[in-house]
Design a protein around this ligand. Structure first.
Ligand code: ATP
Length: 297
């Protein structure tokens, strides 16, 4: 693994990255690796990155940012032999956490020579690429407001969520998977390849990224008195314990929202309008990712 491309998002996580290139270059040079850099601009990044990948035979491409940057790089690498590395430099870094990638830069860089390559599933959600978690309903609304706001960080997310929760009107969903159906109002509907949001909320405990399936995690409307209990369960990996939650394991799902031709969703942390019905499906083992080596038994 010698020719390495680092895809840097200058704005992710509100982290100062002015010395990052120097740190990475020095780290790679000391170990006989060559570092190249690509800077995201927020416009046409996928097309520009694909062009860059055609210029040089890279061995691995590192997403240096948050889940949105990981989504961009993963999308460019899916269904190729190229390996995705992650330097978690975003606000939440949900997929990196699920893969056990160290959150410290130096430790994450060590994966360049001490790693395992895992093949993980990815999802298509309404035609969009998703490597981690996508959803409809309450969280998508909060993500949209968060992305449009000036303040980042967990504090801003919690403030928006608290304000929006008070007057939130759940929509009704008709959910059909390859195995079962659900119909009714829902507070949120998450299409989960991974387990954990960047906020450390565990929406989909004990599921694997490489099992060829994904989960539709539904939180039904709940009374205010149940809110704290549900939140506690979400932080303690106990999603299924609530009366108001259910999970449908599947290979594909189709979701109708009666009366709405499109709904607000979020895909790996990026808000977007999704035309209904929304179809999501798993693409088994379509992405190669660098992860820490499995400890010897
Ligand atoms: N140069 C740039 N200027 C402005 N926005 C950018 C630029 N480069 C990328 N973006 C935007 O950054 C967003 C992705 O950010 P990313 O998700 O990596 O970080 P984050 O939101 O801080 O972290 P996380 O998703 O883990 O919470 C995308 O919306 C992308 O369009």
């Amino acid at each position: 693994m010698h020719q390495l491309l680092f895809v840097l998002n200058p704005v992710s996580g509100d982290i100062d990255k002015s010395t990052l290139e120097g740190t990475i270059s020095a780290f790679c040079a000391e170990r006989g690796r060559q570092a190249h850099f690509f800077h995201t601009s927020g416009e046409q990044d996928l097309r520009r990155l694909q062009t860059e990948l055609g210029r040089r035979p890279y061995d691995a491409v590192f997403a240096c940012g948050g889940d949105g940057t990981v989504n961009l790089v993963a999308q460019a690498l899916a269904d190729t032999e190229l390996v995705l590395g992650i330097l978690p430099l975003g606000s939440g870094n949900g997929l990196a956490k699920d893969l056990g990638i160290p959150q410290e830069l130096d430790e994450a860089l060590h994966l360049i020579w001490d790693h395992e390559v895992r093949q993980v599933d990815t999802l298509r959600v309404g035609g969009n690429f998703s490597a981690h978690l996508s959803d409809l309903g309450f969280n998508a609304l909060v993500v949209e407001e968060f992305c449009n706001g000036d303040t980042r960080g967990p504090g801003a997310y919690v403030r928006i969520a608290t304000q929006r929760y008070l007057d939130y009107e759940p929509a009704t969903y008709r959910v059909r998977t390859d195995r079962e159906t659900f119909e009714g109002p829902a507070f949120m509907v998450t299409l989960a390849n991974g387990n954990t949001f960047g906020s450390n909320v565990v929406i989909n405990p004990d599921s694997r990224l490489d099992d060829g399936e994904f989960e539709v995690c539904i939180i039904e409307p709940f009374p205010g008195t149940a809110a704290l209990g549900i939140l506690y369960q979400l932080y303690t990996r106990d999603f299924d314990a609530s009366l108001y939650t259910r999970r449908l394991r599947c290979r594909w799902v189709e979701i109708e929202v009666p009366g709405q031709q499109q709904v607000l969703g979020q895909v790996d942390g990026e808000p977007l309008e999704l035309p209904t019905p929304i179809r999501a499906e798993v693409i088994p083992r379509s992405l190669r990712v660098l992860t820490p080596p499995t400890p010897a038994a």
